[in-house]
Design a protein around this ligand. Sequence first.
Ligand SMILES: Cc1cc2nc3c(=O)[nH]c(=O)nc-3n(C[C@H](O)[C@H](O)[C@H](O)COP(=O)(O)OP(=O)(O)OC[C@H]3O[C@@H](n4cnc5c(N)ncnc54)[C@H](O)[C@@H]3O)c2cc1C
Length: 320
Amino acid sequence: MSGCGPARGAARAVEILVARGVGRVERGGRIAPWTSYQIGGPADVLVETESESDLEGVAEAARESGLDVLVLGRGSNVLVSDGGFRGIALRLGAGFRWSRRDGGALEAGAAAPLPALSGLALDEGLAGLEFAVSIPGSLGGAVRMNAGAHGRCMADVVEWAEVYSFDQAETVRFARDELAFDYRTARFPARSAVTAARLALEPGERGAIAERMREAREWRRRTQPLNSPNAGSVFKNPPGEFAARLVETVCGKGMSRGGARVSEVHANFIVAGAGARSSDVHALIRRIQRMVRRATGIDLQLELKLVGEFKEEDDDQTPV
Ligand SMILES: Cc1cc2nc3c(=O)[nH]c(=O)nc-3n(C[C@H](O)[C@H](O)[C@H](O)COP(=O)(O)OP(=O)(O)OC[C@H]3O[C@@H](n4cnc5c(N)ncnc54)[C@H](O)[C@@H]3O)c2cc1C
């Protein structure tokens, strides 16, 4: 059946997902409400999955329809194009939002929000997850991205992660070393979803843990734009440099394109103002990359994940 056009593929995928009783299935559903940017077009098929059986349904639907699969967590690190995603976009629902203590570790489903897990670690007197208290992602997205802050990252705490492969239709548990964690990246099978993970923490004094979390929250309030839609840092820090410093020096805070603008609070954040389109954010990203490259020779790499197709247009007439 793979090889049928996108419209027939979507119809076939929906048919299979509905027949298998998969949670919430929407043809042409909007992805935007599932992302922190709140912009971007629809998915051919939008699905909320609640169990491994639902994931098996998605695997079958993808296989039979030939459609691609996109896994979303809390959508706090993605920019979805205005044209949307040609395929099945899924989010792990409440069925994957569980957590428990096991000795000196926390085990949790991939949909568990990181701040909630940090809160649980505090309640349990476990130290090591303070850095994550204000990272607005899911556990699955954080493991996938090796999210980090304050000099710590997920690689420091992940003991194992369970990963469902849509191509193999099975779950495999990977130990930390097999995940090849690096700066804001890790190695996973193609077309797969992290479904759970175990975080190894250490006994700690609650007052000290709470204080470190308070400091982390306070630092964020001072240094990040919390009131305008964004997806965190747009660019990775180049070796020995800060992307924010480069953007601020070369482009300046406040540089804008359509409704998108370099944050006045943090130059590595692009905020989406009223009426912003994904193409505005994308064009601004490319303009910044061109300007920084010309001025410094440094190629800024994206930390943000682009979803869907974007037109490459050259809107930068500014001589540098
Ligand atoms: C205000 C703000 C502050 C931020 N601060 C930080 C910070 O300090 N440090 C930092 O590292 N990040 C930060 N981020 C970015 C973001 O929160 C992290 O990258 C987070 O880990 C993304 O998790 P998510 O669930 O939102 O993933 P999503 O944005 O939904 O997805 C990100 C990527 O992971 C994949 N993915 C998501 N879930 C899964 C899964 N279950 N299995 C497999 N792949 C998956 C997606 O396909 C995509 O490629 C910030 C974002 C915002 C908006």
